[in-house]
Design a protein around this ligand. Structure first.
Ligand SMILES: C[S@@+](CC[C@H](N)C(=O)[O-])C[C@H]1O[C@@H](n2cnc3c(N)ncnc32)[C@H](O)[C@@H]1O
Length: 255
């Protein structure tokens, strides 16, 4: 049976219509064929949307997924897994800092993971974002999320406060990396871990003002992150190359 015959047979009605099937135009194939083709188009559009959504989540990741992965990579929990209550003290949970928290998506995912006994510091240097973060924390009534104003060269976190610190898409924005790195190291507990999630310079992004010229564009080569944080006294523990959004994740340990 030809495509034209199939379309016409769809409900037996042959009227006057122009229909395009698989890129070919057919005339007079009837309203029924049009209806069948509309349904077919809808099905194709629906399937395309579903595939796109699955692909987008897989490639772009999501805050909860990235935080779950970080918690598994930086285990401080009861069974040496995740960021649950610490082994050493039943009542004290893991303390995590999200440096350059932006809209707080990752900090809020982190607080779900550390639970009521844990604590999350969400830091920002931008005054507007800082105010919005504070509003959002108040709105969500989160007693264990502490919003901190960061400085160019200083985390402003208490010394030795954190089990885990992460910077997602922030390191390449640091204008005084050597000073900031020293401050990051001070903010970690001995045995604490730092994760840098970032990306090599990407075409099409505006340059970041005020950063060292060796970044080579908007982003930062993984090699430079490792050199700078090793110079600050941290030890590379793991490099994860398959992070969502074509990012890399480098884990450091404070001995
Ligand atoms: C690209 S955004 C990333 C936001 C968030 N981490 C995320 O992944 O959605 C970079 C953020 O880093 C902040 N930032 C830049 N320098 C900083 C510093 N020295 N201390 C804290 N935050 C900083 C900026 O204000 C901005 O909100």
């Amino acid at each position: 049976m030809t495509v034209r015959q199939w379309a016409a047979r769809a409900d037996g009605i042959v009227g006057n219509a122009n229909v395009t099937i698989c890129g070919e135009s057919y005339r007079d194939v009837g309203k029924g064929a049009k209806t069948v083709m509309n349904k077919r188009k809808l099905l194709i559009v629906g399937l395309t949307c579903a595939v796109t959504l699955v692909f987008a989540v897989g490639v772009r990741g999501d805050a909860a997924g990235e935080i779950r992965r970080l918690a598994e990579l930086m285990p401080f929990g009861a069974q040496g897994k995740g960021w649950g209550p610490l082994r050493s003290s039943g009542s004290t949970g893991t303390v995590v800092a999200d440096i350059g928290a932006g809209d707080g998506k990752y900090a809020f995912a982190a607080v779900e993971r550390v639970g009521a006994t844990g604590k999350v510091y969400a830091t920002e240097i931008d005054a507007k974002k800082l105010a919005e973060l504070k509003d959002e924390v108040a709105k969500r009534k989160l007693g264990n999320v502490i919003v901190v104003e960061s400085k160019e060269a200083e985390t402003n976190l208490p010394a030795g406060c954190c089990d885990a610190i992460f910077l997602r898409h922030v390191y390449h924005h640091l204008t005084k990396p050597a000073e900031f790195d020293a401050s990051l190291v001070r903010s970690l507990k001995p045995g604490g871990r730092l994760a840098i999630i970032d990306f090599p310079p990407r075409a099409g992004l505006d340059p970041v003002e005020g950063v060292p010229s060796n970044r080579g564009g908007h982003g930062i080569p993984q090699k430079i992150v490792i050199e700078e944080l090793t110079a600050a006294g941290l030890k590379v523990e793991k490099i994860v190359g398959d992070w969502p959004e074509n990012d890399y994740c480098v884990l450091f340990l404070k001995r």
